[in-house]
Design a protein around this ligand. Sequence first.
Ligand code: NIG
Ligand code: FE
Length: 413
Amino acid sequence: MPAPNDATTILRNTSMALTAVGEGLGLIKGAAIVIKGPSIAWVGAEKDLPSSLADDAAIRDLEGRLVSPGLVDCHAHPVFAGRRADEFARRARGDHYLDIAREGGGIMATVRATREASQSELIELSCARMRFALQSGTTTMEAKSGYDLTSDGELRLLGVAAAVSAKQAIALRPTLLGAHALPPEFVGDRPGFIKTVTDEMIPRAASTRAAEAVDVYCDEGAFTLQETRLILEAAKRNGLKTKAHIGQFADLGAAQLLAELGSLSGDHLEVVSSEGLKAMAQAGVVATLLPGACVQLRMTPPPVEAIRHAGVAMAIGSDLNPGTSHSESLPLAMWLATTHYGMSVEEAWLGVTRNAARALGDASLGTIAEGGPADLVVWDAELPAEVPYHFGVNLVNSVYKGGNVVWAVPTGH
Ligand code: NIG
Ligand code: FE
């Protein structure tokens, strides 16, 4: 990432800024945005721009384009090797994800490929994924481990995430997902594996600051509610934030557990009870919805109306992973959220900005606010609805991270 500078740039002649501050999307029509160094110095209607701010500033005329916060991808598994297009083809013919996993495919197929890959190969593969994500407007992404499942290996994957974060523009936020699947070494000894996660992986990830949060795959075919409790309680004891994949296939009651533990988010949620949603709402746990995986696995969507009605904040993640959601694109996830899940355009935008930042536990992200980071996307669009409406093409015109232009559509387009 280029070093932050102290120069001032004014973005003017926008159609509007979607600030995600205050009511709804916090739209400011005809907005100007003043960037100073890595931060936003001022945002408001251009007619109110204080003239003193314009001294010595570089001016960029956005010719009536929409500006939004840099998108925040709060659920992603970007560090892995290998491909599972063969499984995709099988599922397209009707085979089931869990059956493929039981035959040794699924997560374990990626674990085998990832264990064999060198550190530099993993860095290169992950950086290539970051290029797709950046072009799609993402400026911050979660990076889960989970494709090695040994203590040394999971720490190695978190090290890859740190190296990738330092090498390119997207800031990666590391999450330990040691309990993603039961590794072959522990078949027949589930308690032994849980102990490895709680007594080795978590303390090591915490003491080296390799992870900010701990995630568990709590579901049918993965880890039980009691195993999830042991792992997330260990995470809390070690000062790490908690979250879990829950209710993708079956509701094991984890929504209540996450509420009890004050977790950041419960993710997937195709199946969740109304008691679970009530508990999440009361505890302020975000519902992170993953329409890429849901649609690809041909699942029934989560009960969005019940989630909304319960007052649970909704975020949307790409769930970038080689199995169920091989996509870096949040605009595509927004399209699926609006067309397939019945989320409003407003909910979809908040899901990849302010609410996604909350799901990462970093409220400084996902908004355009004075003093906040100058992470911005300029869109080849005038209105917020155009982004999910025009699907499958890239409407991103340019991306700012920490005040620098880190991607721009090639000129002549
Ligand atoms: O979020 N559900 C668990 N993990 C991923 C899938 C991982 C894989 O299939 O490799 C998910 O969908
Ligand atoms: Fe996931």
